[in-house]
Design a binder for this molecule. Structure first.
Ligand code: PRP
Ligand code: URA
Length: 210
């Protein structure tokens, strides 16, 4: 498993705006979508290409085209939904699955409430989306859902905005083949499982449910 911190200046600038407690839901949503789009640019860097020839205005022209490997985008509800639009701006033909999980506030364990995924998961490269990798429980459970329905670990990339060292460790231990892409590895978790310094509750800030 690799952990890639995408430290593009635009991402870091937008992330700082998202961390600011005075940023309201409208701006928070827009910033998350923009960062997700910029992350998609980086994460799709290794997509396979094949040669193609097109007829240009001045004659034949050799070019490249994406070789047709299918993509799937899977947000973890709720907060992962905020990343879907940005990713689809760059890969509009990807199928979208949904995994509904929430953290029990006392045990911090993930609780499943919804799962709807494309049937041909085994054939797809999958981007699993959640802005927050905190204790790692939700991400690890979502990876297990995907695998139970046929996805291959090596084809799953987990995209998040922030992660804690603990979250990385838990996801790595649960599946060493899933690569992590993030905008920041923050310092720690507090005693309620929140990322420090983090940005608070991503779902609440996204949907204005504070
Ligand atoms: C948040 C976040 C992740 C999870 C991360 O969701 O969006 O899914 O917590 O925490 P973990 O790594 O400790 O599992 P939450 O449970 O608050 O649900 P919500 O998105 O519906 O608000
Ligand atoms: N979920 C969030 O939304 N924020 C955190 O800091 C941890 C889990």
């Amino acid at each position: 498993m690799s952990v890639t911190v995408i430290d593009h200046p635009l991402i870091q600038h937008k992330l700082t705006l998202m961390r600011d407690r005075t940023t309201g839901p409208k701006d928070f949503r827009e910033l998350l979508e923009e960062i997700a789009m910029l992350m998609a640019y980086e994460v799709t860097r290794t997509i396979a290409l094949e040669d193609i020839q097109v007829q240009g205005p001045l004659g034949p022209c050799d070019g490249k085209t994406i070789s047709g490997k299918k993509l799937g985008v899977v947000p973890i509800l709720r907060a992962g939904l905020g990343m879907v639009g940005g990713i689809l701006r760059l890969v509009p033909n990807a199928k979208v699955g949904h995994i509904g999980l929430y953290r029990d506030e006392t045990t911090l364990q993930p609780v499943e409430y919804y799962c709807k995924l494309p049937e041909d998961l085994a054939e797809r490269d999958l981007f699993l989306l959640d802005p927050m990798l905190a204790t790692g429980g939700s991400a690890a459970a979502a990876v297990e859902f995907l695998k139970k329905r046929g996805a291959r670990s090596k084809n799953i990339k987990f995209l998040c905005l922030l992660c804690s060292p603990k979250g990385i460790e838990v996801l790595q231990q649960s599946d060493p083949e899933v690569d992590i892409y993030t905008a920041s590895i923050d310092q720690a978790l507090n005693d309620r499982g929140y990322i420090l310094p983090g940005l608070g509750d991503a779902g609440d800030r996204l949907f204005g449910t504070m």
